[in-house]
Design a protein around this ligand. Structure first.
Ligand code: SF4
Length: 289
């Protein structure tokens, strides 16, 4: 397999074959993200992708994740070609996953997404980050709340599983609770299958790091982040969703089946907020991106 640069994948794709079909992110301007800064975006040629698939075809591979940052930006013809080839060559293949941003999704209509699903695209990971329009603008997310909701719904309607990422702390102290409440509401409107809550980790050199250095953005404390989690979950009315805050960046790892375990999770979070005992939190040295 030929990989260019650092490769990122969602935690739930840890056992998947990572197939790099694009290099970098076609947008690459979110202020908090350093993942693909060193890479110049390009779509790999079908010959390159085919060679990688041929190399692993003797093995039993159940899951494939298409990297890099927003592989759904590949035009339909190319995606259909890649998925058809994977389906033909990997006999045990059960699911293909992909990262996407809202604009990538909205460039495809419902029929096109269904065609991708029929060829094996089983899960799409979409970065929401925040449901607060002001935060989205400040972090240069390149999507409005309306676009993010429409993208999420379109994915759901196609039958592809929708996994949405949100970021605790990205509204700063000042916008903290508004960010959390608005994000919970947008999650309710999208009604995804999975939500992954991360906590903002600052990478030196990123525009958001400079805002912090300049004092124009102040990060919430660890218990401030947990308060955001409480507010977000309180406002989240998803009908059938697995909500996880067990990413390594979080202080309070939780795995919640919504709506069944929502109240129990809120009780646990409120107890932590009341006791304010640092020993109840993941130690700082164990936190990671
Ligand atoms: S769209 Fe995703 S990968 Fe690209 S810059 Fe934004 S957060 Fe990073």
């Amino acid at each position: 397999m030929k990989y260019e640069g650092m490769i990122f994948r969602p935690p739930s794709e840890a056992d998947s074959l990572i197939l790099q079909v694009t290099v970098g992110c076609s947008y690459n301007r979110c202020t908090f993200c350093s993942a693909y800064k060193e890479k110049r975006f390009r779509i790999k040629s079908f010959e390159e992708i085919k060679a990688d698939v041929d190399e692993v075809s003797p093995y039993k591979i159940r899951r494939v994740f298409l990297a890099d940052g927003d592989a759904l930006s590949i035009p339909m013809k190319g995606l259909l070609q890649i998925l058809s080839y994977l389906k033909g060559r990997l006999k045990g293949l059960e699911r293909v996953g992909i990262y996407a941003n809202a604009k990538d999704v909205l460039r495809k209509n419902g029929e096109e997404l269904k065609a991708l699903k029929d060829l094996g695209l089983g899960i799409l990971y979409l970065g929401l980050e925040s449901g607060d329009p002001e935060v989205l603008k400040r972090i240069q997310k390149n999507a409005t709340v309306d676009e993010l909701i429409r993208a999420g719904k379109r994915v759901k309607e196609s039958g592809i599983l929708l996994s949405v990422t949100v970021i605790l702390g990205i509204g700063g102290v000042e916008g903290s609770l508004r960010h959390a409440a608005e994000t919970g509401k947008v999650l309710s409107a999208m009604d995804p299958d999975y939500v992954g809550a991360l906590s903002l980790m600052i990478v030196p050199g990123t525009p958001i790091a400079k805002e912090i250095e300049a004092g124009s953005l102040v990060l919430p404390t660890p218990f401030g982040l947990i308060q955001e989690l409480e507010t977000m979950i309180t406002h989240c009315q998803c009908t059938h969703c697995f909500f996880a805050s067990n990413h390594a960046s979080n202080y309070l790892p939780l795995r919640i089946q919504m709506p069944e375990q929502k109240e129990e999770a809120l009780r646990r979070i409120r107890e932590v907020l009341q006791r304010k005992d640092p020993d109840l939190l993941r130690p700082e040295y164990l936190r990671a991106l």
